[in-house]
Design a protein around this ligand. Sequence first.
Ligand code: MN
Length: 722
Amino acid sequence: MNQTGTSIVRFGEIQDMVKAYYPDADLDLIRAAYVYSAQVHIGQTRRSGEPYLVHPVAVAMILAQMRLDEASVATGLLHDTVEDTLATPEELERFFGKEIATLVDGVTKISKIEFESKEERQAENFRKMILAMSRDIRVLLVKLADRLHNMRTLGPMPPEAQTRIARETMEIYSPLAARLGIYWIRTELEDLAFRYLNPDRFNYIKTRLQETLKQREEYVNNVIRVVREKLEQYNIKAVIKGRNKEIYSIHQKMFAQHLDFDQIHDITAFRIILNNVSECYAVLGLIHSLWRPVPGRFKDYVAMPKSNRYQSLHTTVIGPDGLRIEIQIRTNEMDLIAEEGIAAHWSYKEGKIVEAEDAKVVNWLRQMMEWQQDLEDPREFFENVRVDLYPDEVYVFTPKGEVKEFPKGATPLDFAYSIHTEVGHRCVGARVNGKMVSLKYQLRTGDSVEIITSVHQKPSKDWLKFVKTGRARTKIRHYVLTEERERAIQMGMDSTDRELRKWRLELGRAEKEGEMLKIAHEYSFKSEADLYAAIGYGRISPKAIITRLVPPSEREKAKAALAEEKHVKKERTTTKSGVKVHGLTDVMVNFAKCCNPLPGDPIRGFITRGRGVTVHKQDCINLQTSDFKRIIDVTWDEDQPIRRTVKLGLQVENKMGMLATISGVIASADSDIVQANIKTVSDHYAEGTFMISVRNLDHLNSVMNALKSIKGVRKVDRLGVI
Ligand code: MN
């Protein structure tokens, strides 16, 4: 079935084949596709010199061999028309309907992906991307058929192209065929690719296989005869096949186990195909009774099917002549699935193949068929099919053409963080397929993504709400927490420092003396920073630090001192200045020493830099020479009685008892002497200065008048400067 080769496949053969497995097929559609393809490809030739049409016809033939539906076969005929001819998707849709136009479009898109092999991880992402882009699995089946025929006809291509295409086949397409469970395509692709990638090795193994062919055939026939006789004893009907391993898989075995060709004994694998599962286990027992099984080589893929639904019993036994032989035992259905994989499910009118045993896949396929028929918009259909292929992933290109995998819903931020943490931190947006998108844009498979950064950008807590990858989340959270922590440490230090100062302690000093580290350790923190952070976050109160820092005895002392200070402070702060500034009473006010105004004096204010308002007498010479822009109107606050200290200069007769008389008069005038200073000027005169406290100008005048009335007092002056 694999040997179509370069021979021109007559179109009629395809029709006959489809008709055979699918009598109700729409053969008109296939015929129309053939005619159209022949028209648009006319005049084109392949490198071999053959008409180009040979290729799409051969691809359609392979699809028919896989027993696919008429849409797949038609797509095979049309798959290169959009890329290589003047045909357009619109025209295809007009002639063949949306379904086929979309299938062709899918194949065209995959063909445009340029695979650059760099590492295994990349290859895997490319495979997934192709799978995701295939959406409808038939797209991939057509692509595989296309690749298979291209590989069969790779000979005329230039050597570089041969190597490149062979590599792509080995790394991308044969694993994809394996994933879909289509083993015959996988192994043929592998052998074809291997032939171009390692021709020496390929030819060596091929030659050795031919040399040993006769000998092996005899051996195979012998084994088959022994098995058949045994099964006949038990009345079990079976198909028994002996099959040479493929060249590439022999190579892999030689390579992996460092063996020569002669040391590879299980080049032939045997397959026993039965009618039901219970026969499979029965035959396994019979085989093991014939030949000794090799321990550890038995695998039960019947009870535990592979993810692609492959089922079979595998065993290795020591066969005739002491040679190891590999035997696979399975039912007809299992064999079909093993050979054709997902394509087997696709076959029409073969419902009996996939009876209830795997309801999931059957349901999926049935759903696909139903959607396909019911939905007007094929995109909706593809979305649904896609869900079953790679529901949770998207694959996008980097500017360098690499493919990156992301969870569904991933954003440019996830992409940016996958490049580098700093790129993520600085990401402000992205260009997707050349268009600007926001940070919240959700990436779609096939997008080309280019990240835009700015040095002014920094991560925000909000980003956590829409990023999808763990990496981005971790990096953003880390950044945000670090920033928050730094803030918390600063706040913790500030509040600790403030608290310590109340106790006449300093944080810097406490740190230097190791006190803070000690306390941090008491709280099981590693560092002071951790302690400050805890204080900053409000988990520990700064007061709690004091109780650990200040010994209880001193704490009492300090408390008392503090209480007193507080009391004093309170008094001071509640005492009003007695001056209103623009009607405000709580402005910080100083009285100018140069003129020392008293309540009752006409006054004005001068706005100082940082020390409030200085109140001068209106006629103060200093005020008049000051910056007039800073002079403001102020008034005495009649409601806030204050006492002011003024300085008086007295000239008195120098006689006994004069100081006592003056003191008595001042006291009886309801004033206090704050300070007194008397010095003798001569035998008869003395001069004194008295600092007294008064309520206001009237009060001062009455005090001064009382003083002037004292016998022996010659002069009383209010002195400006105190
Ligand atoms: Mn092609």
